[in-house]
Ligand binder design. Structure first.
Ligand SMILES: Nc1ncnc2c1ncn2[C@@H]1O[C@H](COP(=O)(O)OP(=O)(O)OP(=O)(O)O)[C@@H](O)[C@H]1O
Ligand SMILES: O=C(O)C[C@@H](O)[C@H](O)C(=O)CO
Length: 324
């Protein structure tokens, strides 16, 4: 049966307030531009812009910012029927960004009592998940109850339905209490996911151990359900490992970097597009790297996501320049 959604993402949809004054610390920044943010929302937006059929499960504030985020996501073609409004007055998460230099950019999150962490098991519909080919889980949603149980329900339902589960580690220290608890929940989901995407540092968080090699990490995780593990290493590029024993590496597309945040979410959107379309793991790494390269040269992490024509033209041009 053909599914209605190529992917459904679950977790936070939030607001980014990005400094429009560059090369200065947040203390001295007066002007910010508003964008939709939140790692899983950014991945959903990037995927929809690439032409994927996308649904989203999440909870937003019942106020102007919650309405703005839901409307923006609907406008890019995401099904927002499962984006519920928080009826207890919880506010949407805010992320301020700081761009001191291309090498030094940072984010400051305001996530106390954030609405996305109040997603409940009742907000996760089995009928909805049954319409998906893939479920994208982001790690931050596991940080607190009741969102934690909502995500564990989505995982359990997806597994029982045969929906492919992608776990984007998306570790944000802010909402977690301690390293052992974090590692416990990360491992619980990682062991059941089909595909895991994260940075080397995030896998260290998952293992609650610093210093393992990629080979040590995959050897442990491949004892469980994962069949594909992607480990990102910033400007050093990315590596993908399959359970069958294949290893792929891709470097980066050089670009005029404005800021570094947004790289991971755009990488995931590009990677998952190619992966879903069976273009091969090498191409998936290439699409992820190209999408990241495009997004880090622009201000936002969501609006800057490329459509398919822009992404393929970018790759074509980069490869043409390499040949000459
Ligand atoms: N300076 C760069 N130039 C070109 N491509 C980059 C650069 N930094 C990162 N990328 C690309 O983006 C991918 C993801 O970056 P990174 O490993 O920093 O993930 P991340 O930490 O999840 O990102 P984020 O900063 O959004 O949280 C890299 O594997 C690479 O393909
Ligand atoms: O994930 C978040 O909540 C913040 C993002 O929207 C922000 O743009 C970022 O950090 C992307 O990596």
């Amino acid at each position: 049966m053909s599914q209605k959604f190529d992917l459904i993402a679950i977790g936070r949809a939030a607001v980014d307030l990005n400094a429009v004054e560059y090369n200065r610390p947040l203390e001295e920044t007066k002007s910010f531009a508003k964008f939709v943010g939140g790692s899983p929302a950014n991945i959903a937006i990037g995927s929809a812009k690439l032409g994927q059929k996308v649904g989203f499960i999440g909870k937003v504030s019942d106020d102007q910012l919650g309405h703005y985020v839901t409307q923006y996501m609907a406008d890019v073609g995401i099904d927002t029927t499962q984006m519920v409004k928080d009826d207890a007055g919880h506010k949407i998460g805010l992320t301020f960004t700081e761009i001191i230099s291309p090498e030094e950019s940072d984010i400051l999150m305001y996530r106390n009592e954030a609405a996305d962490l109040y997603l409940t098991t009742a907000d996760v519909s089995e009928e909805y998940l049954a319409q998906a080919k893939m479920l994208v889980i982001s790690g931050t949603g596991l940080a607190q109850s009741p969102s934690r149980e909502a995500i564990l329900k989505a995982l359990t339902v997806a597994k029982s339905l045969g929906v492919e589960v992608v776990f984007e580690l998306d570790y944000r220290p802010y909402t977690w209490k301690n390293a052992e608890e974090t590692s416990l929940y990360y491992q619980l989901v990682a062991q059941r996911a089909d595909v895991i995407i994260g940075t080397r540092d995030e896998f260290d968080v998952l293992e609650n151990h610093h210093g393992n090699t990629n080979e040590q990490t995959i050897a442990t995780l491949f004892k469980y359900d994962p069949k594909l593990i992607v480990i990102k290493s910033g400007v050093q590029g990315s590596n993908a490992y399959t359970k069958a024993g294949d290893h792929y590496h891709f470097g980066v597309f050089k670009t005029k970097v404005l800021k570094s945040f947004g790289a991971g979410d755009s990488f995931a959107a590009g990677f998952l597009y190619a992966y879903s379309h069976d273009l091969g793991i090498e191409t998936a790494l290439k699409y992820g790297s190209a999408a990241a390269s495009i997004v880090i040269s622009q201000l936002s992490s969501s609006e800057a996501m490329p459509d398919l024509a822009k992404l393929t033209a970018f790759i074509h041009e980069a490869e043409r320049q390499e040949v000459h």
